[in-house]
Design a protein. Sequence first.
Length: 377
Amino acid sequence: MNFDKTILYRYTRGQCTPYEKLLVESWIDQYKLHDEPHPKDMLNMLQSLDKKVIQSPKVRRFNWKPISLVASILLIVGITYYFISYKQQSAYVLGQLAKYKSPKSSNAVLVLENLQEYNLDSLSQGDTLYCKDYLITRLTGGELQYILHDPKAESLMNTVRTSQGGMVSLVLSDGTKLWLNANSEVTYPIRFKENLREVKLKGEGYFEVAQVSNKRHRVPFYVRGDRESISVLGTKFNVNYSSAEETFLLEGKVAIAKGSAEIPVDDLEFNVELVDNQVYSDSSVQPASDLSQYIDWKDGFFYLSEQPLHRIVEKLSSWYGISIEVDPSISESILFGRISRKKSLKEVLEVLSAVIPMEFELNKGKLYLRESKHLIN
């Protein structure tokens, strides 16, 4: 049988039916305790109530001291009331998290060489931004493309910066395509030099680098980070300079060097090389079993398969703009499948909690995920 979880609370208030009163008192008498039980024992006893079947309508005497009995009953009521209120609290937190919607805009800003800023959401597809020596057009696919008038414009630098939930794509002057993830930034010349192509990246970006030759020699392309740099000859790869230095190569060949972006590329040693479907992370090269886990953001979903919860949470935090902390007891839990980035944070967490039982706490704008201690269904 399944008991009503408010029965103990109603028992202390004298609101039980005769049958319920008999059920509780028979259950208490069953244990014949003389001392106040430990809370864990009390929980086990409480769960046993669900299985208790009354054999006789006879009321039995208890062996607990009156004060101990009252204290124990109140303890049980408190525990029971906690579990009753848990679902209400969890539902309230999820209701609050429903406010964290999937962003409807790119949340990106373009910074010109004169430090003037433009909100890219105000630049619609087909619109053109007129600058002194060049034009910036938003293509039908949403990418930004530069149209240059002055061949000396190579000295002018632009920056595109995204905030939480932001993503933007652009086409550089050499034809290289770049996608910029949330909370990221890329600085680049509006025209590359004849023998050098170089951009500076903070955060995460996906590149499809165009092959460019000068006098039969390929012009290298460099992605510079705060602690690492990548040398490219024409390839597709993803770079994550956010929480970790991680480079994933889909196609082609790249070389990686340690060192600040302030160091000239000629002074760097590019002694780590990647080939197709390899990833460089934590100073080591490993084969990548599934490319989706590295470019899921570009394709519009959260990739879960064989991913620990803490890695997924990093992506959720960046996308929805909320700080999330995961308890170590569940941080390494493995997930499977994928979820659209168009869903709200509430919808995503409901899916995750169906696989990994967890509790939610929202405190001062920070979300805490903990292992569920909810023992009563």
